[in-house]
Design a protein around this ligand. Structure first.
Ligand SMILES: Nc1ncnc2c1ncn2[C@@H]1O[C@H](COP(=O)(O)OP(=O)(O)O)[C@@H](O)[C@H]1O
Ligand SMILES: [Mg+2]
Length: 541
């Protein structure tokens, strides 16, 4: 397997620089051995490096050439390989597989092998020889830390993945039963969907699509995304969040939706050519239960991107520096899955949790925040951060400054027409026809209700109708009663909401100014919300 196109990757460029500068020991962190070997040997195709031949060593085969011809059987002993290389006259790049096991302090011969490694530093520098340790984990004994240079291989980039796709297409194109359609932006979309997978995972994912569907086109992205889900699951802090919500599920918040529709276009290839940078993110602050989390869920589906929920509480660990480290790892994982929406819900709680966690140190929270902000500033990948907050009293002011997030929106209690629309949406979701109800009247009665409370009103009405008998129609009177019996949270939250509104003066308002005049609360549903499918009764005979 070759490493895709002949283009030189950033990894190869770095490698060339180190080789030319005579670095004696490189440590490449990767789980992709074959890809790393291909890239390293590819990097040697440079006139200044042509005298160096690549070799591979493993404990099973000893030292071999790249086509696995044995150089000397006795080098299979890990205690003999390094002295052997030191004596060798040939300039070269010697790739060691699994060698981290032999320099690990738990290995009985580690003291000897580590010493041997230190001994070859000087001679290697003088003779155009370089040792490359390939390992899935970064673990360097302190004795040689200063002599070893770590190179991160990273996951395959788009051009490498395009190479993988081309090879798959090449290998199946003559089969009569496989239909390939990658016209238009199809190819680009498949490549984007593969981002975040290793080369092997990408090959497997494509093979799976071909085998299960007998075709390969952009419509098969779902299968590829399912494959990525597996990758993310392993990270612990991020979670793939599948949600049926669309913009049609959100009543009101028209300014916000409008802004999102426009920003969504900036992820296209045309926007790259224009050129526009990728949108970075959005902060939604506001009254609880008014659709902030709902918007985060819907936007991912609208943009056809996977939604990654970031559990901020999980980054805090008992060890010093662990939180920032976890944070960086998770953000890197997010980048690997890009394009995606990274959703940090109730950001203020995650940070408060770190203080309440017995550390008595708000410094950790500040540093974690700092890590996020720096990352947002430097990140060039299409990862769109949606952060939500109900209470920003304790939030660091830097977070709220514009420039980090593309925009900060304030989400207030729904206006009269918005309340009517929210009731209509939730009635529709319960498979009731909203035109059967006098929603203008109910919306007026439900002054101060949040979206979540209006949803609850509909649910209550369903219950009370059902209590009268299973055939009872849900009617206005049920809604009326449910509204009369609920006390909205905003009644007790008055001062806090006023405070929020005061703070929000510099931000954009998510709702369009209510036109409560002539049209009143007439319900126009621009797009119907997704309705859960009716449960089928299953008869077991
Ligand atoms: N604007 C809205 N339109 C429709 N439903 C809403 C709206 N706001 C809230 N809801 C309902 O209330 C639930 C909770 O709202 P959520 O988005 O979690 O609130 P928060 O702003 O606290 O994140 C939603 O899942 C939805 O069912
Ligand atoms: Mg929420």
């Amino acid at each position: 397997m070759t490493a895709g196109p002949a283009e030189v990757s950033p990894f190869q460029q770095t490698l060339r620089t180190y080789l030319k500068a005579g670095y004696p020991i490189l440590y490449v962190v990767t789980a992709e051995e074959q890809r790393a070997i291909d890239l390293i040997s590819g990097a040697l195709a440079d006139e200044k490096l042509s005298r160096r031949k690549p070799f591979v060593w493993s404990v099973s085969r000893g030292l071999c050439t790249l086509d696995l011809k044995s150089v000397d059987q006795k080098t299979a002993d890990p205690k003999r390989i390094l002295p052997y290389l030191q004596e060798l006259k040939q300039p070269g790049v010697f790739i060691l597989e699994d060698f981290h096991n032999f320099i690990d302090e738990r290995s009985p011969s580690a003291t000897l092998v580590v010493r041997q490694m230190r001994d070859l530093v000087g001679p290697f520098q003088a003779t155009q020889k370089t040792l490359v340790v390939l390992s899935p984990v970064l673990k360097i004994p302190p004795e040689i830390e200063k002599d070893v240079t770590v190179v991160d291989l990273g996951l395959p980039d788009e051009s490498e993945l395009a190479g993988v796709l081309d090879e798959t297409v090449e290998s199946v194109k003559d089969r009569p039963h496989v239909e390939i359609n990658l016209d238009g932006d199809g190819r680009e979309r498949v490549v984007k969907a593969l981002c975040g997978l290793t080369q092997m995972e990408a090959e497997n994912a494509l093979a799976k699509v071909v085998v299960t569907r007998s075709r390969l086109d952009a419509e098969d992205i779902d299968l590829l995304l399912a494959e990525k889900e597996q990758v993310i699951r392993k990270s612990g802090i991020l979670e793939f969040y599948a949600s049926p919500e669309r913009f049609g599920s959100i009543g009101g918040l028209e300014n916000l939706k409008e802004w999102l529709r426009r920003r969504g276009k900036a992820f296209s290839e045309a926007a790259r050519d224009f050129p526009l940078p990728y949108p970075k993110g959005l902060l939604l602050v506001g009254v609880p239960g008014c659709g902030k989390s709902l918007t985060a869920k819907a936007v991912a589906a609208e943009w056809r991107m996977p939604l990654l929920k970031f559990d901020l509480g999980k980054v805090f660990g008992p060890l010093v520096g662990q939180a920032e480290d976890n944070m960086r790892k998770a953000l890197k994982m997010g980048q690997a899955v890009a394009p995606c929406v990274l959703w940090i819900d109730e950001i203020e709680k995650g940070l408060a949790g770190s203080r309440g966690g017995g550390q008595g140190d708000s410094g950790v929270a500040a540093r974690v925040f700092g890590t996020l902000l720096t990352w947002m500033e430097e990140n060039k990948q299409p990862v769109f951060v949606v952060a939500t907050a109900n209470d920003i009293a304790g939030t660091p002011p830097e977070l709220l400054r514009k420039g980090r997030f593309d925009e900060v929106f304030f989400v207030d209690l729904p206006s009269l027409p918005e309340r009517a629309l929210i009731l209509a949406i939730h009635l529709t979701r319960q498979r009731r026809d909203h035109r059967d109800f006098d929603l203008a009247r109910h919306a007026a009665a439900a002054e101060g209700f949040s979206g979540a409370e209006l949803e609850q009103v509909v649910v209550e009405a369903m219950f009370s109708a059902f209590a009268e008998g299973e055939k009872t129609r849900v009617e206005d009177r049920h809604l009326e009663k449910a509204i009369a019996e609920s006390v909205p949270l905003s009644q007790s939250m008055g001062p806090r909401i006023a405070q929020l509104r005061e703070l929000a003066k510099g931000w954009r308002i998510a709702s369009k100014a209510a036109e409560e005049g002539a049209r009143g609360a007439e319900v126009v549903m621009p797009e119907p919300p997704p309705v859960p499918p009716k449960r089928k009764r299953i008869f077991e005979v």
